[in-house]
Design a protein around this ligand. Sequence first.
Ligand SMILES: Cc1ncc(COP(=O)(O)O)c(C=O)c1O
Length: 426
Amino acid sequence: MNAPTPGTTPAPAVPAAVRDRVHALDPDQLPAYVYDRTALRAHAAAVRAALPPPVELYYAAKANPEPEILAALGPYVDGYEVSSGGELAHVAAAVPGRPLAFGGPGKTPAEIAAGLRLGVRRWHVESPHELRLLADLAARPDAVGSTEDGADGADDRTAPRAEVLLRVNLPQADDALTGSALAMGGRPSPFGLDPEQAAAVVRLLTDGTLPHLRLRGVHAHLASGLDAPRLLAVAASVTEWAAGLAERHGVPLDEVVVGGGMAVDYAAPDTRFDWAAYGAGLARLARAHPGVTLRVEPGRALTAYCGWYATEVLDVKRSHGEEFAVVRGGTHHLRTPATKGHDQPCAVLRSPRPWPHPWERPTARGELVTVAGQLCTPKDVLARRVPAAGLRAGDRIAFALAGAYAWNISHHDFLMHPRPGFHFLP
Ligand SMILES: Cc1ncc(COP(=O)(O)O)c(C=O)c1O
């Protein structure tokens, strides 16, 4: 996604329930994260409805692992993708009994052992060494987790105890990942296996060498931030490649995970990824590969929209011809604009509260105001040149699209400001 021209990002529509909650909070209760679970459920239901039934939907918990968010998504997802031992333990406790897929490079022996104990449903294996480590731990008598597919080590010690998908870093056509905010594959990277390693690994998994592992298919997550046509092209190329691999080795191909990475357009906060087109494309792909379960694992595009970071304007000032609003909080709570280099879309909520001081209220004189946080760094900017004529100290600002890779990726402890409040609207 390209960074928008400052001053051109439209203000998002703030739902009434979010607006009311923000206005109800006292200044010292700000900043606050407000999550609109009604909106989340409606969005997740629409995503689910757009995906044809054979396509499974897992939520990549790294985007926002708040237990209330994980639970709200429960009815709409088939499972959750976790990428660390910490996420594994957290998600298993937050949504007990739900299927988990364990991905991520550099899994430690302790994390793998925990995953086996917790009965991880699918393992996304990232390297030959990791495969060996998993096999070694799965072969131990105390690896007694169970999965719903019968890989039940407690009852049958000879049965496979880990269902494996090989994460493969597949090359893509030169322009396939163009526009991606975060390309993770198709180029040198620490993620997954190189395609030429796959043959040897498939042999290991199918010649009886690693009896406690069962090969289920292939996993790829090559980029984040792609639109539906590009993501469909990636999905097709991954699935074709996986089918070819299976055919060459004479093994069944049960599943292909085509990743997450559905774009969220921070410059157009009221638009959405084209799930209908994506779902229709996946339906075509599924028809071309009967017997293969396709799975998607979005994070950002599921939860970004339900989250709001709301705060209060502390001061308004002019500096060398430009106007700034300094707000409570900043990028140590909402790092997304700093990491992605964009302006976080925001709406001004004019405060009805009277100005409590005898002196003049700081007020913007121009049309455009840059919104900065409280950190002692020029990088602490949430949005540049926001149309906010008349913005006053004491007004409130609600930042949209703060439900994914927001609080949980931020450097909270820098400068030791208080943490925001968290509000989960019904
Ligand atoms: C393996 C894997 N799957 C899914 C995701 C989710 O990506 P996104 O939030 O862009 O949908 C990520 C994000 O980094 C990932 O690494």
